[in-house]
Design a protein around this ligand. Structure first.
Ligand SMILES: CC(C)(COP(=O)(O)OP(=O)(O)OC[C@H]1O[C@@H](n2cnc3c(N)ncnc32)[C@H](O)[C@@H]1OP(=O)(O)O)[C@@H](O)C(=O)NCCC(=O)NCCS
Length: 185
């Protein structure tokens, strides 16, 4: 049974380690052009995932949730999922997700967490969610399609606020390296 709980500042370091130092990190790091010598520092991570993602102080801009699972009375953290909206037009938000290790993938936990967060943000008034996995991340693409995301051609001005187009339109993996996916809520 997957549940989401609001992340706290105490979760941020764990989330950083899951992303950059777990057994799937080599794969993701390579896709983002990070070699072992230039993996983003925790300080860099905090610039992307500022306090408000973990203390709930700017819910209109974004928020992180810890994906949890309760088994035999014990609740375990499985990964993290977030929505981010500060850079996008009205009623559009972007999800990001990673589980804490390879052995946690392939059980539907991530897919279920996306469905739960999609239901929550629909309740907040959003009508579209975007995700931009690397075109080489077949597991992520498959998961997002199972949720109902569709591949679309990116028209930046239909999604991004004008001031953020230059910084965000090319995505995390460089031009032509990601798949632009949209879920209509
Ligand atoms: C992407 C991610 C959130 C998807 O969540 P998930 O719970 O693993 O998704 P699912 O279990 O529903 O798997 C999706 C599909 O990929 C396949 N898959 C999942 N893990 C796999 C693995 N380790 N090896 C091969 N196939 C795998 C599954 O078979 C499934 O397809 P199916 O339903 O047709 O069988 C999760 O795998 C993850 O955190 N990956 C590492 C971090 C990452 O890539 N984040 C996304 C960045 S954009």
């Amino acid at each position: 049974m997957i549940k989401l709980r609001k992340a706290t500042l105490g979760d941020r370091k764990k989330a950083y380690q899951w992303l950059y130092y777990s057994d799937f990190s080599d794969f993701l790091n390579k896709l983002q052009g990070h070699t072992s010598g230039n993996i983003p520092s925790y300080k860099d991570f905090k610039k992307d995932y500022m306090d408000y993602f973990f203390d709930g102080s700017q819910l209109e801009d974004g928020c992180c949730f810890i994906i949890t699972c309760k088994k035999e009375g014990i609740t375990e953290d499985l990964g993290i999922i977030s929505y981010t909206s500060f850079h996008l037009l009205d009623k559009i938000t972007e999800f990001d997700i990673w589980l804490k290790g390879l052995s946690y993938t392939g059980h539907g936990y991530g897919t279920k967490a996306i469905l739960v967060l999609a239901g929550m943000v629909r309740g907040f008034g959003y009508d579209k969610v975007i995700m931009r996995p690397s075109k080489h991340n077949k597991v992520a693409i498959k998961s997002y399609k199972k949720v109902g995301f569709m591949e679309k051609e990116l028209m930046p001005c239909e999604y991004y606020k004008t001031d953020f187009i230059d910084e965000f339109a090319q995505g995390d993996y460089g031009p032509g390296e990601d798949v632009f996916m949209v879920l209509d809520l």
